[in-house]
Each structure stands twice: as C-alpha cells, then as structure tokens.
Design a protein around this ligand. Structure first.
Ligand code: E4P
Length: 220
C-alpha cells in the first residue's frame, strides 16, 4: 500500500519525504486555503513547489474548482502542465465523470474525489479514473462504516478487473491506516500526524531505554 500525505503544508510534506516512506501527496481547496495560498498564480506555484519536494515519480493531486465540463477540462489541462507528477483531482458529479472520461482519452491522470458509495466508485472506474478517493473519516463521522465501503469497492474492482487505484482518503488516525491496508486499499492519504502515530509503542521506548542502560553499564 502506498502512503500519501493529505496536506498542502510544505513542512509536513518535507518531513514525510525525509522519512523515506512518502509515495505522493493529495491536496484540496480547503487544505490550500488553510496554508493561506490564494490566486491562480500562487496556487500553481505552490503545486510546483510540492512536486519539487516529493521528487520524480510521486503523484501530487491538484483539485479543479470548476463544476462544469468545459471549465474542468481547461483547468485540468493547466494543472497537468505544471509538472509531470500532477494528477487532476475531479469531484464525483456528472460533469466530473464526463471530464474524467475526457482526461482518460487525453492521457491525463485523474483522482476522482468526494466518493461516498460503491455506485459512484463504479462510474469513476468506468470513466477510467487513475485514483478513486472514498472519504472514510467523513462517513465514520456520520455514524456509518467508512472501512466497509473500502472493502466493498476493492471487491467490486477485483471482480471487474478495473485498474483504478482505491485511495482511502479522509483518514483520521493510525488505526484507519492499518484497517485500510487490511481492506486492500492501494493507497492511503492521511495527515502527517496519523503516519507519525504508527511509530509509537511504549514497549519500544522501554526496550530501547533498557538496551542503552545495559550498554552504558557494560561500557562505563
Ligand atoms: C482527499 O483527498 C481529501 O483531501 C481529504 O482526505 C479529505 O479529508 P477530510 O475529511 O479530513 O477533510
């Protein structure tokens, strides 16, 4: 399973990249706004900065804000021209599916976002989406089971031979990451804090402390 960070924060992206475990980045308009990035020129430059940090071969999802086919196509083309890492992120609406089909024909990679059902997952895969982003955390927030949707989509894609990668999104904690891996997700995108949460186990800290103490005793 690939690890993406879900952020537009350059320090977090750098920190994840330095760990040597980063496969890509996803962003969305809310995450860009959170970093204070606004205006088309600054937004495009920020995406370029992210691509340079992650390095070659690591996908960076950049989301369109148009909601009509023509607008999404024009915007998606501009985004795709920024850097070869860019994947155009398109919302799961009728015009979005049309745009994904267009981008597929044009050889532009896409990430279908705001996915909350197996039916939507089928439509995106039929249109040739490169990635599909079901929002696990937001489903859990409603009292439903986000991970059950990941399992359902993985089963459907395996049965039908779709090549669209299942990208578990809206991840809230380390357990979500582990469960997504168990459910067969191809990619997980999460805040840096959820990735760092995977490190911690008190027995590791206690064990390391004892090893070092014993070493110091034997090597006064
Ligand atoms: C996915 O690509 C989205 O950017 C993201 O995972 C949404 O997460 P949230 O529900 O925490 O906003």
């Amino acid at each position: 399973m690939q690890f993406f960070v879900d952020t537009a924060n350059l320090d977090h992206i750098r920190e994840a990249a330095e760990l040597g475990i980063l496969d890509g980045v996803t962003t969305n308009p809310s995450l860009m706004a959170k970093e204070g990035i606004s205006g088309e020129k600054n937004i495009l430059q920020h995406y370029l900065d992210i691509c340079k940090i992650v390095g070659p071969g690591r996908d960076v999802s950049a989301e369109v804000i148009s909601t009509d086919f023509k607008g999404m196509v024009a915007e998606g083309k501009r985004l795709a021209e920024i850097h070869e890492n860019i994947v155009v992120k398109v919302p799961m609406i009728r015009e979005g599916v049309k745009a994904i089909s267009y981008f597929t024909e044009a050889g532009i990679r896409t990430n279908c976002t705001l996915v909350f059902s197996a039916g939507q997952a089928l439509l995106a895969a039929k249109a040739g989406a490169t990635y599909l982003s079901p929002f696990i955390g937001r489903i859990d927030d409603m009292g439903w089971n986000g991970m059950a949707l990941i399992k359902e989509i993985v089963e459907i894609y395996n049965n039908s031979g779709f090549e669209t990668a299942v990208l578990a999104a809206s991840i809230r904690n380390p357990l979500h990451i582990i469960d997504a891996a168990k459910a067969g997700a191809d990619v997980v995108t999460c805040p840096l804090s959820a990735i760092l949460g995977l490190f911690y186990h008190p027995l590791t800290d206690i064990g390391l402390e004892k090893f070092l103490e014993d070493y110091r005793k034997a090597n006064p």
